[in-house]
Design a protein around this ligand. Structure first.
Ligand code: GLU
Length: 480
C-alpha cells in the first residue's frame, strides 16, 4: 500500500489571513484531497509577543469563506489533538529531553552583555557571529528558565531536494546552534513545527519560500532526532502587479475577508488563487473545486514568482457572478430597495449581472439612482431626446421630428394587448426602421429612462408596464 498523504496549513495567529497564506492553504488542501489524504489545520501560536488577539477566529473564518475544509484542526479536533502549539508544550519538552540525553542540546547560559561581547569580537575578527563558535564548556542543567539550543553535530554543506525548486544546497555558515525552547518556555517555530509534523505524520510541507534559508537547520534537527524529513514543497512568491516586487499591502496583500466585503465570490477567489504560481497548461481557466482536486499537481507549480493581478481576479469574479441564480440579485436588491415591486427587482437581475464585476457594485448602482427610473417617472432634458451621436454626425434633426415620432409610437403601443418585451418591439420596429432606428429608439429609450445609458427601451417598457409607458410618452411629447 502506498503511503498515506498528510499535509497541513500552519498559520501563526499574528494578524489577518492574506492572499499568500490562503494560496499556501489551498495548494496543501488540493494535494491532500487529490491523494485521498488528510489535511490538517494547525495553529502555530508560540510567539506570544507577536500574537494578535482574534486572529485564530479570523483565520478560520477566512478559510471557511474560501470553502477550504480540513480533516483535523483546533475547531474540530482529530486524532492528533491538540492543534494549537501552545497546548502541545509537553511534546516539545519530551523531544528536548531526548536531544539533551543524546548530548545534542545545551542550555544557553549567556547574559545579554556576554552575547554583545561575543558579537563585537566576531566583528573585530571580521567573521560572522555564530553561537556554535561560543559554546559554553560546562553548560548548566536545563531548568526551563534559560533558552535551550540545538548543538549542531555535523558542520557541513547541506544538500536537499525540494519538490519544486529541485536540488538545493547551502554552505556550513547556514548552520548554527539555534534555539529550540525559549526562556519563556515556548518552543521556537524551527523546533515546534518539526515535532508537530512528526507527531501528526505530515508527509508534505507546503510553504512559502522564506523558509528555504532555514532549511539546513531543519535538516540538522531531523538528523539529530533520527527522523525522516517530510517532502518539501516550496511555493513561489506572490509578486505585485509589476511582477518585480513581492506583493505588498498597497497592491493587494490585504485581508482576505476584505475581498468578501467587496463582493468577491469565494469560488472566484479560489480559482484565481489556484492560478498564482501554478498552471495546468492549456486554455481552460475556469476550474471548480473538484476539477482542481483532480488536476492539481506539484509538477506544475512554477519556481519563479506568480503575479497578483487584481484585474484577473475581477475577470474571474464576473465569470462566477454570471453563473449566479437571479434570486441572489433579488435578495441583494430587496435589502437595498425593500419597498419596491419584486417582479421588477427580479427582472433587473440580468441587467445587473451583465454590468458588475463585484456584488458590492449593486449597492453603488442603487445609491447612484441607476434604477430609479424603473420606479419613478424621470425628469427629462428636452435636448437629450435627440440622439447626440446623430447630432454629432451632422444629421438635420429637430425636436418637432421627435415629437412626431413619440406621438406615433404612443399610438402604436396603445394597440399592444399582450405587454411583453417582444410584442412591444414588434409594435414599433417597422416604424423605427423606416424613420431611422437610431433616432427613434433613442428618443423612446431616453423618454422612458431619462438616461443616456440604460437597458433597451423594450425591456424598460415591459418592466414599467403599459400605463406608465404611455404616460411617459405623452409627457415627453407634451414638453417638446
Ligand atoms: N507558522 C508559519 C507561518 O505562519 C508556518 C510555516 C510552515 O508552514 O511551516 O509562516
Amino acid at each position: 500500500m502506498s503511503e498515506k498523504i498528510v499535509t497541513r496549513f500552519a498559520p501563526s495567529p499574528t494578524g489577518y489571513m492574506h492572499i499568500g497564506g490562503a494560496r499556501t492553504a489551498l495548494f496543501a488542501w488540493f494535494f491532500a484531497r487529490q491523494k485521498h489524504g488528510t489535511f490538517i489545520l494547525r495553529i502555530e501560536d508560540t510567539d506570544k509577543e507577536r500574537e494578535v488577539e482574534g486572529s485564530i477566529t479570523h483565520i478560520i473564518e477566512s478559510l471557511k469563506w474560501l470553502g477550504i475544509e480540513w480533516d483535523e484542526g483546533p475547531d474540530i479536533g482529530g486524532p492528533n489533538t491538540p492543534y494549537l502549539q501552545s497546548q502541545r508544550l509537553d511534546s516539545y519538552k519530551k523531544y528536548a529531553n531526548i536531544l539533551l540525553e543524546k548530548g545534542l542540546a545545551y542550555t544557553d547560559p549567556y547574559t545579554e552583555e556576554e552575547l554583545t561581547a561575543f558579537r563585537s569580537k566576531a566583528d573585530e575578527d571580521k567573521k560572522p557571529f555564530l553561537y556554535r563558535n561560543n559554546r559554553p564548556e560546562n553548560p548548566p542543567l536545563w531548568d526551563g528558565t534559560k533558552p535551550l539550543r540545538l548543538k549542531i553535530k555535523d558542520i557541513k554543506v547541506s544538500k536537499w531536494h525540494d519538490e519544486v525548486r529541485g536540488n538545493l544546497e547551502a554552505g556550513p555558515e547556514a548552520l548554527d546552534d539555534f534555539v529550540l525552547i525559549k526562556s519563556d518556555g515556548y518552543p521556537t517555530y524551527n523546533f515546534a513545527h518539526i515535532i508537530d509534523d512528526l507527531e501528526m505524520g505530515v508527509t508534505h510541507i507546503f510553504r512559502a519560500d522564506e523558509f528555504i534559508s532555514s532549511t539546513p537547520k531543519f535538516l540538522a534537527l531531523y538528523e539529530a532526532l533520527e527522523i525522516k524529513a517530510p517532502k518539501l514543497v516550496t511555493l513561489p512568491p506572490i509578486m505585485g502587479p509589476d511582477g518585480k516586487k513581492k506583493l505588498g499591502k498597497r497592491d493587494g496583500a490585504k485581508d482576505l475577508l476584505d475581498y468578501k466585503k467587496e463582493g468577491i465570490l469565494p469560488e472566484a477567489m479560489l480559482n484565481f488563487l489556484a492560478f498564482i504560481g501554478w498552471n495546468p497548461g492549456g486554455e481552460k481557466e475556469l476550474y471548480s473545486k473538484e476539477e482542481l482536486f483532480n488536476t492539481f499537481n506539484i509538477g506544475n507549480i512554477q519556481k519563479s514568482g506568480g503575479k497578483f493581478n487584481e484585474e484577473k481576479l475581477l475577470w474571474y469574479n464576473k465569470e462566477y457572478i454570471s453563473k449566479l441564480p437571479e434570486e441572489v440579485f433579488l435578495k441583494e436588491l430587496s435589502l437595498l430597495l425593500p419597498e419596491k415591486d419584486k417582479k421588477i427587482l427580479l427582472a433587473l437581475a440580468p441587467l445587473i449581472k451583465e454590468r458588475i464585476y463585484k456584488l458590492s457594485e449593486i449597492k453603488v448602482m442603487v445609491e447612484a439612482g441607476e434604477f430609479d427610473f424603473f420606479f419613478n417617472t424621470p425628469t427629462l432634458e428636452i435636448n437629450k431626446l435627440i440622439c447626440p451621436e446623430h447630432l454629432r454626425k451632422g444629421a438635420s434633426i429637430e425636436l418637432f421630428h421627435i415629437k412626431t415620432h413619440l406621438e406615433k409610437i404612443t399610438l402604436l403601443l396603445d394597440e399592444v394587448t399582450d405587454w411583453t418585451n417582444e410584442s412591444i418591439k414588434n409594435a414599433v420596429w417597422d416604424y423605427a426602421s423606416k424613420e431611422g432606428r437610431g433616432i427613434v429608439l433613442w428618443a423612446l429609450r431616453y423618454t422612458l429612462s431619462g438616461k443616456e445609458k440604460s437597458p433597451d427601451p423594450f425591456t424598460i417598457a415591459a418592466l414599467i408596464g403599459k400605463t406608465e409607458t404611455l404616460k411617459r410618452l405623452t409627457y415627453a411629447s407634451h414638453i417638446i
